[in-house]
Ligand binder design. Structure first.
Ligand code: ADP
Ligand code: MG
Length: 182
């Protein structure tokens, strides 16, 4: 069993619902167990500004799948939720990225782990810190830094809001999705 972390994001359709559906599909995979889910964080779009807010979360998984097989499964889930991506960094129904896979460093054309852009993204680092807990002792493979260092570097970020469970519940009620423990 390997511990892996995935980051999920959505900003069109019904983002909260899509995040929860994606978690459910990942959980339904025979070789994957979802251990912990972060809260959902809402943030202003960054690269391409003229689009709706983003909703992001991180899940801690245990899996017997290889990193490549986990990537394929994440891409299948994206397809199942009919991800539409017209513009790079633009709107998407769901995006699932592998952030970390055990202590492995992977540098392949189709898979880079640790995810190369996660360090500067508060919408990844903050939910990751939430599921990890002891961020000081959580070392990032391939770096001499801990997750705690990254959290400090992000400081007090603007434009990101950790949604209260009540709010996500209200958004769920609006969309008729059951409240499931991840
Ligand atoms: P984004 O960069 O916005 O996540 P995509 O989800 O379309 O864009 O990903 C583009 C490509 O990134 C995928 O085809 C995938 O092979 C590659 N990729 C490289 N490293 C990773 C990773 N750690 N997790 C997910 N996809 C990755
Ligand atoms: Mg992606």
């Amino acid at each position: 069993m390997v511990r892996a972390y995935v980051g999920l994001g959505a900003n069109i359709g019904d983002p909260v619902r899509q995040l929860k559906q994606a978690i459910r599909l990942i959980q339904d995979t025979p070789d994957i167990q979802v251990r912990t889910c972060s809260s959902i964080y809402r943030s202003d779009p960054v690269d391409y500004l003229n689009q709706p807010d983003f909703y992001n979360m991180v899940a801690e998984l245990e899996t017997t799948l290889s990193a490549e097989a986990l990537l394929r499964r994440c891409q299948e889930v994206e397809q199942e939720l009919k991800r539409v991506r017209v513009i790079r960094y633009g709107p998407r129904t769901i995006d699932i990225d592998i952030l970390l896979y055990d202590q492995l460093l992977i540098q392949k054309e189709n898979l880079e782990v640790p995810h190369p852009k996660m360090k500067d993204r508060s919408f990844v680092v903050l939910p990751l810190a939430e599921v990890v807990g002891d961020t000081e002792r959580f070392l990032i493979p391939g770096t001499s830094e801990s997750l705690g260092d990254w959290v400090k570097q992000i400081g007090n970020p603007r434009g990101i809001l950790k949604l209260e469970p009540m709010l996500t519940k209200r958004e769920e009620e609006k969309t008729n999705v059951e409240n499931r423990k991840c």
